[in-house]
Design a protein around this ligand. Sequence first.
Ligand SMILES: Nc1ncnc2c1ncn2[C@@H]1O[C@H](COP(=O)(O)OP(=O)(O)OP(=O)(O)O)[C@@H](O)[C@H]1O
Length: 578
Amino acid sequence: MIRLLRFLSPYKGRAAAMLLLLFLQVLGTLYIPTLTADIVNRGIVTGDLDHIWRVGGFMLLAAILTAGVSVAVTYLTTWIFSIMGRDIRNALFQKSQSLSLNEFNRFGTASMITRCTNDITQIQQAYMAAIEMLLPAPVMTVAGLILAFSKDTLLAFSIIGAMLVVCLFAFLVSRKALPMFARLQSLLDRFTRVLRENLTGIRVIRAFNRSDSEKERVDQTFTDYAETAIRINKIFAAMMPVILIIMNFCTLLIIGAGGQRVAAGRMQIGDIMALIEYAMLILYYLIMGIMVFMIFPRAQSCANRVSEVLSVQPEAPGTPRSHRDSNEAASPARLELCNVTFQYQGAEEPVLNNISFSAHKGQTTAIIGGTGSGKSTVASLIPRFYDIQSGTIRIDGRNIRHMPKRELRDKIGYVPQKAFLFSGTILDNFLHGKKDAGMEEIRHAAQVAQISDFIDSLESGYQTCVSQGGSNFSGGQRQRLSIARALVKRPEIYIFDDSFSALDFKTDARLRAALREEVRDAAVILVAQRISTIMDADQIVVLDEGRVAGTGTHRELMESCQVYQQIAQSQLSEEELA
Ligand SMILES: Nc1ncnc2c1ncn2[C@@H]1O[C@H](COP(=O)(O)OP(=O)(O)OP(=O)(O)O)[C@@H](O)[C@H]1O
């Protein structure tokens, strides 16, 4: 919690004003009982009406001012911590964008969503409660006790006695409640994860007739969360009557003992009223302070989870350099992979071993291989979604580790295996490729991607709404829209990660023909499963269990590479093979 206070620094002035006003609010709150005692002792008891009016008017003014100050404190507290929450969320989001996929996977999407939403809300609420309830507590207690002692020593000690009983009781309650708060947070993570899985995987669940068992699983998650929350609330529900009994008992004690002292002439009646109010204020703030202490561990565990993400040092960030090193010789290749070895975090062995190939401007380099041979992994290493363990990847002779990620990714148009569209309009999705793209460029990209006829046939054309993830389009349409989005960007390197798989053969062929013209200045990396998609490529890299089994053209590989021959034989007819 302390570490996150750095997010307050831009609002130091307002925070200082808030603390000053809070102090004034406490003073005002304590001043009113003193005036009450004065009215009773010197006005009511002596029948001095003037004194009652004078002090009563003053008391009204003090009450109005204190109320005004308290509104200002609440306003400032809410403003500061809402803005602070926004800033933490922004920082967390930006951090999550800068993490490598390895680092991101360590937290998981569901947990990242909980950290960005609920965790920060918990932190905000804890800070606000601390300001409004915890901070005034010591001032209120010390000042209240001083005032109580100034009225009567014995009765002031009875207030201290009540405070000790409240503290002991709160200690016993907190021992039970604190572990439950920690459990509640991890249950919330599970809750988000299961819910997300069920909502995104709804089709699979229905197709496999798993609705009932999934319903049970979701229900169990909700129940676990609800039961823990109910157990916590029960503890608090039981706590409140006990605390009220302690407060009432303290009031009775003050009235009983105070009455005897008034009868003995050692105390005035108004002092009893003041003492009761001091006792109530002290006990109220003490209880509120204790409550805040109880919600603090939960907020602390949320703050730890947020800080954990914020403090991640980017994995082997490399040193951005604007120029080539002396050992980074100018290379004719646009993209070069030299002895690249890569292992996923937590995996037992590397998925790629000593991969080397070069891709040239104006040429298509295809990557083919069996499922799980590492094709998509190669594609994801080029934009540095993951960092390699050994070897080098160069673009125009520059090691990609020495390039700022933004510069690197500006050079790349990446079309992922699973086409992903953002919610918004078709046009918005194209503009993701290039913010300032004109309509001409966009139409041209759509034509090359063989999707312009389809868009034109839609009633709202480029303004057609895209649902979350692009679910209102077919797989093939989503793929072509994703390809068009990459084309709008006009990058130096295109990476198509099995992005033609959902297209029929005719569209696939037409798209590749149009693409050849379009990408003359760029290097194209084309990952595919279908041999017909890559047969015409200038160069084909064959992967087998994370190693290069052969490199060459279709004709060369048909003669020299056994793995390629097997793939070709399984897919092509006798005629095509001949
Ligand atoms: N995030 C990950 N963490 C751990 N292992 C992974 C991860 N992603 C992929 N793998 C493993 O790496 C290997 C290569 O996967 P990759 O997706 O690159 O294969 P592929 O050749 O593209 O397969 P396909 O054609 O089926 O898409 C697989 O064995 C896979 O299990």
